[in-house]
Structures are given as C-alpha cells and as structure tokens.
Design a protein around this ligand. Structure first.
Ligand code: ZN
Ligand code: ZN
Length: 299
C-alpha cells in the first residue's frame, strides 16, 4: 500500500485505478482486499460501482456510474479529484468537506481510516455505526451521518477507562467484541422473493380508486365507566406486561386500552372484575393469540 502516496495518486492512470483492469495490481482491488484487516467492505452493496469506474472483462472496456460523468475518462477524473480532496480534508480535519465529498461512503471512510488511522475508525457502515452508538447509549439524532457517529464514538471512547488508551484500530475491534455484530438487515428485494411477489401484486391495485364494501355490524354498547375505572386503576401500567404505557394521549394521560378478559362477544360481563387496562401491544396480542397463560395472568 505504501506506493499509493499522494504523489502517485495525482498521476495515477485509469488502469492503475480501476478494478478488473490490471488484474490485481490496481488501487481499488488493493483497497478492497489487501486491507481486509482494516475493516472488510467486500461483497457489500454496490460492489464495484462504489468505485465509480471499473473494467468490464466481458466487454473489454471501462464502465462508469453516471453519478461521476458520461464516460469513464470523465468519471475517473472526477473520482481522482475527489480522492485527493478527501485526503486533504482528512489531514486538515475539514469535516464539512469530508461530508460533502462525493465518493461512496464505504470507500470514503475506508480511505480515511487507511490514510489517517489515528483519526478515523475502521467502521464504515452506517448500520454498524448507529448500532454501536445505540449500544453505547449515545443519543442518536436522525440524519447523523457516518462521520458524526464516528466522532460521537470517539468522544465516548475518552469516557471509557478501558478503551481510552487504545489505538483506533483496536478500539474498532473492541466495539465488535463488546457489543457483538449488529443484526443483519436484508433490504435487497432479489434476496427476498416474498417481498418482490407482494410488490408485483400491487401493480393490479388501483390506489386512487380502492374498492369499498358496506358491512352492517351490531355493536354492543360498552360502559365507558368500566373502561375509565380500569384505566385509572392501572395507573399507566399495562396489566399484562407490567410496563409503563408507551405514550400519553393529547391530554397527557397515560394511554391504555380496556380489554375484557372473557370477551363481550363470548358473553363476558361488562364489569370491572372482567376488565383490564392493557398497552396497545398486549391488547392486540390478546385478540390475536388469546393465550391461556396470558388469560391466567389477567385473571
Ligand atoms: Zn402490555
Ligand atoms: Zn380487548
């Protein structure tokens, strides 16, 4: 890796850069594979597209993402400029410039960690960073990007006697050891046939003109007094799971729902000895599962 100095990069040609061109002797390949100990970005998401320009061995030609230009030469120039700018911004701690840098996030943050291992963590995935922030009890703000979350974790590191003296590479490993790997999310619909099937089904659905049906139902009048009493009795605590209500209503009262242990529909009595106050989750659970063990608890 040591040959890839700033000087080298500034005169680098597209075949020295692109994946698939000079077999393994190219910048992208070296970044992706040979620095695996710096955090693996292999086989994730965008694959080669993440590097903007690559060599397609089937068509024997360079290809590029439209994001950086109309042809591979143009795209390569933009990518190379962005890499050089990124290295400048990393060296001088220009965070806004780092955030605005147009390189793909995984590529961007791996480069920063490789060139400035004492400043940037070797954790690049947004999912992983937000998972570690959550586990470390760091308040997450919607819209925090990779850099912000890295900064927050570095601040947290200073407060941890155990981690304070660690190098950042060691600290990154420590997070995985301490909190384990974040659960995997599978978004890609191609690996989720069921999701794709459901989406295909939606094509026949006319969202602007949904079908309407009219049903006549007989409703039993329930006593509002019974409901009010059991909610007051529960004082905000669900009588099944024992947890505090998940939210308060607009008047600031704890939100719970009244449920009849023996359902009214099954001739249960509408009285306080047959009624409980439940959080919405538990209420739904009772109506979907109606497990006898839960009924016992409520009784
Ligand atoms: Zn509950
Ligand atoms: Zn109910």
């Amino acid at each position: 890796m040591s040959k890839y100095t700033r000087e080298f990069l500034s005169t680098m040609t597209v075949d020295q850069y692109a994946m698939g061109a000079c077999d393994r002797d190219n910048y992208c390949y070296r970044i992706e594979v040979e620095q695996a100990e710096m955090g693996n970005i292999r086989g994730t998401m965008a694959g080669v597209r993440r590097y903007g320009v690559w060599y397609n061995k089937k068509s024997n030609d360079y290809e590029c993402t439209k994001k950086y230009g109309n042809d591979p030469q143009e795209a390569f120039f933009v990518v190379k400029t962005e890499i050089l700018n990124l290295l400048d911004s990393g060296e001088t701690d220009k965070y806004v410039a780092i955030q605005k840098n147009r390189l793909a996030p995984l590529f961007k943050y791996k480069l920063l960690a490789m060139y400035y291992p004492h400043k940037f963590l070797t954790i690049y995935s947004k999912d992983h960073l937000s998972y570690f922030c959550y586990k470390a009890g760091i308040p997450a703000v919607d819209g925090d990007d990779e850099l912000v979350m890295q900064r927050k974790l570095l601040q947290w590191k200073e407060t941890q006697a155990e981690a304070r003296e660690m190098s950042l590479i060691k600290f990154s490993r420590y997070l995985y050891k301490q909190f384990d790997h974040p659960p995997k999310r599978v978004w890609a619909s191609k690996t989720r046939p069921k999701l794709k099937e459901l989406k295909d089904d939606l094509q026949d659905f006319d969202a602007k003109h949904p079908k309407k049906t009219l049903t006549e139902v007989e409703r039993v009048q329930r006593s509002e007094k019974v409901a009010a009493y059991v909610k007051e009795r529960a004082a905000g605590i669900c009588e099944l799971c024992g947890k505090l209500t998940p939210f308060y209503n607009k008047s600031g009262e704890p939100y719970l729902e009244c449920h009849h242990i023996v359902w009214i529909a099954r001739d249960g009595a509408d009285e306080i000895n047959n009624a409980v106050a439940l959080c919405p989750n538990c209420h739904r659970k009772m109506h979907i599962l109606d497990e006898s063990s839960d009924v016992e608890i409520l009784k």
